[in-house]
Design a protein around this ligand. Sequence first.
Ligand code: NAP
Length: 256
Amino acid sequence: MLLKDKRVIVTGASRGIGRAIALECARQGADVVIGHSGSESSRAQVQALVDEIESLGRRAVEVGADAADPDTGDKLVEAAVERIGGVDVFVNNAGICPFHSFLDMPREIYYRTVDTNLNGAYFAVQAAARRMKEQGSGGSIIAVSSISALVGGGMQTHYTPTKAGLLSLMQSCAIALGPYGIRCNALLPGTIATDINQEDLADEEKRARMIGRTPLGRLGRPEDLAGPAVFLASDMAGYVTGAALLVDGGLFVNLQ
Ligand code: NAP
């Protein structure tokens, strides 16, 4: 029960990494606001997650709102205040990665990616931090960045800057919010098998190459991010701020 009675918001929690983090937070004793896009396709998954969290005896509230909208952070915080009493932990996880080549990158894809992954996140982090400051008892903000904050990707020229931006945002916010006891850290997942890269990893050769480059010998699973997120959210990480935690099976350090 590392998060007993903590009030947690996780964006992009309908599926993949966000879902695994939201569920583990509830297992560790937290009430959770589940952020998602509000699309019809994820409705059943969101309801299943609400049911699962409630079956653990914790409260779950779902909020469908576009992560790219600068007002979405306020909506998530409002829901947390009204339904679970406040915000102690904010996990900014929602993101997209529509693979595309650089020279013919459509502006629409570029702007949608930056708005969803970074611009909306900026204002959501701000909304959560304002509430935490008002509560006066500190807090933990976690951005799900990526190994892509540290390395490039020819088909991800619109995506990697957003992940480097999130890492940088956590570093700067660690300084800006330290005086209020609000810690800010980044998680940097490696290759985690989720919907975001399902198409890319359907290529058997590419999949085998990625596994071969990973010292731990497998792709990541969404649950691999849950423990690190809970740690950063918890009081066990009380002196950890401005940090970047790679969760990549050793992929980054493998230069072979
Ligand atoms: P995923 O399975 O595709 O899940 C993406 C989540 O983001 C879903 O909950 C989705 O909600 C939400 N989302 C997408 N667009 C949104 C929008 N406009 N408004 C609100 N919510 C939106 O992907 P994932 O792999 O778990 O990715 C989660 C985060 O981890 C992303 O930020 C990604 O960049 C990062 N990451 C992933 C990997 C990896 O290998 N998988 C590696 C490094 C970093 P709906 O279901 O409502 O669409």
